[in-house]
Design a protein around this ligand. Structure first.
Ligand code: GDP
Ligand code: MN
Length: 378
């Protein structure tokens, strides 16, 4: 689960990190009042659960309360990467000398949490990692020993920080690690961590990703959930007990089992296609669940064909085939489907599908090939 920047920075503040003392507004009038209370120049920032707000025009400076209200009126209601801005954060503006990047993230391959830091902050760290890999400092933390003082120095030297800043930098890194552990976070990020013109450090932006599996013991954080964190399709899927992830391709995937869904996506790519989604209907696969899954897949206008890949175990293939027919019958769609069913009662299943003129394929490779061809209109 993601939380907003203002929530992340308030949490960081509790761990001793220097953060701006702004507040959130849902209207230009509120923005004006907050700016008047703060005094001086302010920055008006869109609160949406996506990055790159600055580039999208969602971060603007204002010299007085009137301008803050004007900028808030422009930003509120704006669409940033599919998210509508409902709240803006009004922070006191600061004079920046340099922007750094600092985060702690889980590295599954290293089985450690890893500090990632760069003196090239402010912009996309992914881009820096590709174009200037030497500008990215990585230090792994042993979970039993925790963050060690020498590691703070390692990062500070790696960033080329002025030695006068090492002590306050270490305090920030320690606070960030404490927050990361205490909040059950999978990511804590400050981009930019700025060196102000007066020489001090400040966390100007904040991002926290929380481990969904730990939310049961983080009631305060769980209550921060913003329903706009998920798309309508993702919400519908979660409520129906389906695992659904929206992707960028043109071939819908309906699969029973997460591993099988991953394999199906790989084979689609091998055949030159791109999956439009990951969808695991799980075990059982009753007709109503299949239909729900199909509705979610077909609601995505980019879907040009659908690959249905079913492995009948305890679930009988013929039952699933009947479910698929019922669902397609109810949906009235022109989008072509290809079905591959193996396992229990697969032969019966193929008979049912064939008699309804639904294309089936004996192997996953063949099914993927047909789905890719259908999506290309061949
Ligand atoms: P993001 O684009 O969504 O990551 O939003 P950020 O909070 O990181 O803001 C984007 C950029 O706006 C920062 O990298 C800064 O360059 C700039 N910015 C944010 N706050 C201030 C401020 O108080 N003063 C100045 N001068 N620039 C700011
Ligand atoms: Mn940022």
């Amino acid at each position: 689960m993601n939380i907003h920047e203002y929530q992340a920075k308030r949490l960081f503040g509790r761990y001793g990190l220097p953060v701006p003392v702004g507040d959130v507004a849902t209207s230009p009038e509120e923005a004006r009042a907050i700016a008047a209370r703060l005094g001086g120049r302010v920055v008006v920032k869109a609160q949406v659960l996506t990055g790159g707000r600055g580039k999208a025009g969602g971060v603007k400076l204002a010299k007085d309360p009137q301008e803050a209200a004007d900028r808030a009126a422009e930003i509120l209601g704006m669409d940033i990467k599919g998210f509508t801005v409902r709240q803006v954060l009004i922070d006191p503006a600061v004079a920046i000398a340099k922007e750094l990047y600092l985060s702690i993230i889980q590295d599954r391959a290293a089985r450690r949490s890893v500090i990632i830091a760069s003196a090239e902050g402010g912009m996309d760290i992914e881009e820096v990692a590709v174009t200037q890999p030497d500008a990215v400092v990585k230090v792994a933390i042993d979970p039993l020993l925790g963050l060690q003082p020498f590691q703070c120095n390692q990062v500070a030297f790696g960033l080329g920080l002025d030695p006068a800043l090492h002590r306050s930098f270490a305090a920030i890194l320690n606070g960030l690690y404490q927050a990361y552990v205490a909040l059950d976070a999978t990511l804590v990020e400050i981009n930019p961590l700025v060196i102000l013109q007066d020489g001090s450090l400040m966390a100007l932006d904040g991002k926290v990703n929380l481990d969904d599996s730990a939310l049961y013991r983080q009631p305060e954080l769980a209550a921060m959930r913003d329903p706009s964190d998920e798309t309508a399709a993702e919400r519908e899927a979660r409520e129906a007990g389906l695992s659904y992830v929206d992707l960028d391709g043109s071939i819908g995937c309906l699969v029973n089992g997460a591993g099988l869904a991953m394999a199906s996506m790989d084979v689609l790519k091998l055949c030159g296609g791109e999956p439009a989604n990951f969808l695991d209907i799980g075990g059982g696969a009753q007709a109503d669940k299949v239909e729900k899954a199909m509705r979610i897949i077909l609601a995505d206008g980019r879907v040009k064909s659908v690959l249905i890949n079913i492995f009948g175990g305890i679930t009988r293939g013929d039952e699933v085939a009947k479910g698929i027919l019922a669902a397609i019958g109810n949906l009235q769609t022109d989008v072509p489907f290809v079905v591959r069913i193996v396992g229990t009662n697969a032969a019966e299943a193929r008979e049912i599908l064939k008699s309804a003129n639904l294309p089936t394929a004996p192997t996953l490779y063949e099914a993927a090939r047909l789905a890719v061809a259908a999506a290309a209109g061949q």
